[in-house]
Design a protein around this ligand. Sequence first.
Ligand code: KG4
Ligand code: ZN
Length: 343
Amino acid sequence: MIILGIDTSCDDTSAAVVVDGKSVLSNVVHSQVEIHHAHGGVVPELASREHIKNIMPVVEESFLRAGIGMKDLNGIAVTVGPGLVGALLVGLYYVKGLAYVCDIPLAAVNHLEGHILSIFLEKKTPPFPFVALTVSGGHTSIYHVEDYGRYTLMGQTLDDAAGEAFDKVAKISGLGYPGGVAIEKMALDGKNDKIKFPRAYLTNESLDFSFSGLKTAVALYMKKWHDGQAKEDEITLADIAASFQESVVDVLVHKVMIARRKMAVKAVVMAGGVACNKRLRERLSEVAGGEGVEVYYPRPEYCTDNGAMIAAAGYHCLLRGETADMSLDVRSKFPIQELRIED
Ligand code: KG4
Ligand code: ZN
């Protein structure tokens, strides 16, 4: 089954052509980073306008690179949520037009299911059941994944997402947007044990996250540091970045491993933009390895938002006979637990 997958949920316009939910023929992403950079974060109105400008050329490019045409498609998959409403609407109305005119089945995809299934675009895939950590700019959640379409939420952030914390800390540090890559780069020159920033483990066994306290702690520290009042001598911005990153990594690794022990699974998957972070990958592999558990990460291009993961998730929707009709609408909030697949 050849599926066109489209994602316009935030600030990337992406389209991909994928066969049977795993073989990627093309994956085109048009980033809006430069436009939002000047504002220090994503401006929803600008994102929608950019999607309108870019959606057609991006889809055309995805066909060109895949060497196929519209007539070869067996389905079109589109993200309907969660995400920015105005941005999602651009993708949805574009594919509604395509699907209607060309009479192609349409699949409504949950963006988070896309992130979880992005690992199946890789050669090495995890065995079911597994535990998945999705860490992005909008989400930080742990799921128990029994099969395609069968996900149970085990824990999630109560306030900021991990990527949001990276973005906010980068902003107050003057490192710009998006923050994750900038902090990771800066952290390479720093010592991660120079400052002991807080770790919000909540209670011992809790699988929920909280990153807003950490963000505030870094902001307060930065202020003291700028004013020359930080007690320690010779603390660099790189030390602050590395110490902040280590705090996020500690909490993420600790919690996902609690979840894996609780469900007694042998595989852990990490996906979403923050899963690109090399220190996080290194630490999770180290800790999981010590417990004889295999960790699976999609390549960075499939961690950040992309159309290929939406095509993969859409393929499984269509296999299950879940075809959307023209009354389909977007959802700014779309908890994955609402994807109920009956036995
Ligand atoms: O999955 P994604 O592309 O979009 C959402 O669905 O949110 O994730 C984007 C987030 C941003 O917050 C960005 O700062 C973060 O992922 N990110 C990183 C890294 N690369 C991207 N965070 C930490 N380290 C990275 N290398
Ligand atoms: Zn995402």
